[in-house]
Design a protein around this ligand. Structure first.
Ligand code: PXL
Length: 285
């Protein structure tokens, strides 16, 4: 991986998601992780929140109108991107704006979609099942989609199961393929006690891939965003999708491990900052 950087023009990615001012998720996770991976990270913020939505009484300032103006300005300036990475989106209109953004800036760019909107069988505050179906429209033509099991179920209108087998996961992967994505990834998958990871179906070749790490004893917010940011940064830097998934699983696991290790650790996000040296070391392997 390290040699890929030598002599290459720096790549530019744009990440489209919210800024939770405090929360270690969405753009406050994407920016540091993608930058650390040596990729320029432009941002198209969808909203500014005081915290992520797991806090009570969070503020929310919608930036939908601003998104179109920013995109128009970039178009006028002939800006191009090597990748477009979308996460948490707050409204139907934003999804339509993102679809137009894919059409306007997608040529030659990898499109990476993390439909961040649910976990553990439940939608995050403010989302509806109808919104989840609309979000599924972003999968068409995407190079990589990265839902967790809950998000995949909501996008596909499938039953969420806490206990499942390989046939269930295969059904969801095929569902994502049906939505039109190329690399169909499911995160937070476990077939074995104590192991957690990601699986992938390559819709073009039919090839299946999986990778698991030790399951950590606690769950935290923002780990899906860290995972997707690591995948996006690594793939844009030139890593294969399978290796990027491995890297992201290891990095997320290490971030959670470091968090739990800390006495009186915070509960709203993980200590990914101190796992960045580990991320970079893994890239060089
Ligand atoms: O981590 C996903 C995420 C992103 N943005 C906001 C959120 C969440 C999860 O709850 O609330 C605002």
């Amino acid at each position: 991986m390290s040699t890929e950087r030598m002599g290459c023009k720096m790549k530019r990615l744009v990440s489209i998601q919210d800024i939770s001012d405090l929360g270690k998720c969405s753009l406050t996770a994407a920016l540091p992780v993608i930058s650390a991976l040596g990729v320029e990270c432009a941002v198209l913020p969808t909203a500014v929140l005081s915290t992520h939505t797991m806090f009570r009484g969070f503020t929310f300032h919608d930036l939908t109108d601003e998104m179109e103006k920013v995109a128009d300005h970039w178009k006028e300036q002939s800006i191009t991107f090597d990748a477009i990475y979308t996460g948490y989106l707050g409204s139907y209109r934003q999804i339509d704006i993102v679809k137009k953004f894919f059409a306007d800036f997608g040529e030659g760019a990898k499109i990476i979609v993390d439909p961040a909107m649910a976990d553990n069988g439940r939608l995050y505050t403010g989302f509806t099942p109808e919104f989840a179906l609309k979000m599924s429209e972003l999968c068409r033509g995407a190079d990589i989609v990265l839902p967790n099991i809950t998000e995949a179920c909501f996008m596909l209108g499938a039953e969420y199961k806490e206990k499942y087998d390989r046939a269930y996961i295969e059904m969801l992967l095929n569902g994502l393929k049906g939505l039109g994505a190329k690399n169909c990834v499911l995160t937070g998958v476990s077939f074995e006690e104590g192991k957690l990871g990601a699986v992938k179906l390559d819709a073009e070749t039919g090839e299946y891939f999986e990778y698991f790490t030790e399951k950590q004893p606690e769950n935290f917010h923002g780990t899906g965003d860290l995972f997707s940011s690591a995948v996006a940064g690594a793939v844009v830097r030139g890593m294969s999708v399978d290796n990027a998934l491995k890297l992201a699983c290891d990095f997320t696991c290490e971030s959670i491990r470091l968090t739990i290790e800390e006495e009186n650790h915070n509960t709203y996000g993980v200590n990914f900052e101190q796992a960045i040296p580990y991320l970079l070391k893994k890239c060089g392997e």
